[in-house]
Ligand binder design. Sequence first.
Ligand SMILES: Cc1ncc(COP(=O)(O)O)c(C=O)c1O
Length: 389
Amino acid sequence: MTTESIIKIPFHRAEFGEEEVEAVTEVIRSGWLTMGAKTFEFERQFTEYVGARFAVAVSSCTAALHLCLEAIGVRAGDEVLIPTTTFTATAEVVTYLGARPVFVDIDSQTMNLDPRDAERRITSQTRAIIPVHFGGQPCDMEEIHDLAEAHKLHVVEDAAHALPATYRGATIGAFSELTAFSFYATKTLSTGEGGMITTDNEGYAQRLQLMRLHGISRDAWKRYAVKNAWHYEVIEHGFKYNFTDLQAALGIVQLAKCDAMSKARRRIAERYTQAFRNIESLEVPVVCEDRDSAWHLYALRLKLDRLQINRAQFIDELAQRGIATSVHFIPLHLQPVYQRVYGYKSGDLPNAEAQYLRCLSLPIYSSMSGDELEFVILSVLDVATKWSR
Ligand SMILES: Cc1ncc(COP(=O)(O)O)c(C=O)c1O
């Protein structure tokens, strides 16, 4: 029997119900599927939800990050600071503009970018910093903003994991000049694929709206719409990054349940922590008192000196018991393309490497039942006990 055939608890299961089916059906029946009134309504509701002035919906968080860097004027030869412990999207968008991603080591406790290490890597070419809220727990934004101000850097938050999350009472999305969210299939709020940018800056909002749809001027639309409906002006080399009303239909229903879905994730995280915090071979995620995590991930860490098996074997043991897990993240500086193009090598960012070797992400999603949760806990405890040293 293969491992896959006995998986009982998937790594993720989206929470979609009849409401979503009806909302999508209504859009199909309306005859208008792409970006339109539903998208604008979703954007309006999103601004209210996070407390930002503007929200611009796009096809993914990757697109959102790319548009943010374009809006702040990142260009060839610039450097952008990002944590090495992130998904490749955070770095890849920097390369789209011919700029260079500069990897920063992480804080071993929080797994978030270490601002002191970031400071050491600033050069005259550094234009921006992209803090990633790992697993949904916000970075120390005050420290990052202080650093950015001192060195005149732009701050673009990668909040792919951080809806909804707060830092010192402020909602993520209403904090930095630009924040990018993801509605990918595994996120708290999902539209299958999708993303959102929030900002308080009207100039940025207009630029993002222009560039998400081919650089076609909305002013031109307005000017000619009445007399000459077919006419438009392409005023920039833009991108095909627009949202669709089908996605917006899902987004509006999901946004209404976002707090409830987030609470369910929090309850799961608290139960995991309660079950694992006194186990010698396990280390639970650090929770900072001044922040609320979105709990996109529950990254358990193994104390390898207390175990006879390594992380990969631990994952296999869980898979044999029917539990799917994942690893977040293989540090980007260990990936072949970043080594080949920028010369990174193993050993360059030691904290990230050490944490990578001992972390695994457990299933955490609002549609997880109490029985499923207890089964995961029993299985983790069983593996930890069987292989303890
Ligand atoms: C930290 C981080 N940033 C960006 C992305 C890209 O998001 P998307 O799949 O919506 O483009 C991801 C994907 O999960 C991510 O984990």
